[in-house]
Design a binder for this molecule. Sequence first.
Ligand code: COA
Length: 298
Amino acid sequence: MESPFKPDILKGKVALVTGGGSGICFEISTQLGKHGAAVAIMGRRRSILDTAVDALRSQGIRAIGFQGDVRKQEDARRVIESTISHFARLDILVNGAAGNFLVSPEDLSTNGFRTVLDIDSVGTYTMCHEALKYLKKGGSGKDQSATGGLILNISATVHYTAAWYQIHVSAAKAAVDSITRSLALEWGTDYEIRVNGIAPGPIEGTPGLQKLAPEEMKNKAREYMPLYRLGEKWDIAMAALFLASHAGKYINGATIIVDGGHRLSRPRHIAKEEVKQLSRIVEQRSRASPASLASSKL
Ligand code: COA
């Protein structure tokens, strides 16, 4: 799908995308690259990184892959330093690395719970912390005159209310959103770094959706969630581009929900025609006998 943004909006910028080898974050890497940025991707598996880097380069994107686990501080530091050595600067950090599986709380060990928090929440914090000196205004590897960089944290919507079998992910993503706000306040003020998030809904063709919603579940979901339809990775990447571009210069501390309204979805408990009639009957009754309606409410 064609992008509505000009191809040079990120010219001269350098992005580092964790989890950029696959899924949503690969598409974010692609679109950042297609709009002028040089892109470093970080992931645990060499073969996935190599395939992704080949695909990015074949589209004319300056790309490199660095192997590392966001749970390890030394990996975070090494990958950020390698990005600086390779591209000489860092402007955009996308924290997309995440762990997920479906599990009920009684079957989830403390270590399982901690593992997802370690990747999503602590990993996001570690990457931000290690990247700070390069992202801040006048930070090393950047022009002294430049403004601060951008951090983009990929979140979710599962924690807005509650989601079945996602207690670990809900806790982890709630922490990610909180980190987004805190850093937006503190680093926005001190270093002109903007810190924002994107909360994707169910996105087609991602490892997350394959794991969390097998085909039969998706079909069922369409029945009981009227707004249920799948988004595309492109939808998330366009939100990332908007936030990374000059158009997003006044957006700080926001997590943009890109879910087609999915989080609002609930079954229609009564048909539209039926509600029209029923509501008139109730109104007529209340006009005829206000006292009886008041007492019936009690
Ligand atoms: N159900 C219950 N517990 C699970 C589990 C599952 N499906 N998968 C892992 N765990 C538990 C393990 O049992 C272990 O706990 P224990 O030591 O008490 O037994 C703990 O989580 C760590 O598991 P381990 O396999 O050692 O973790 P890992 O370091 O290899 O991490 C995950 C792998 C768990 C993050 C894995 O799901 C993953 O790598 N996913 C890929 C990323 C992904 O799905 N991205 C999409 C995001 S939407």
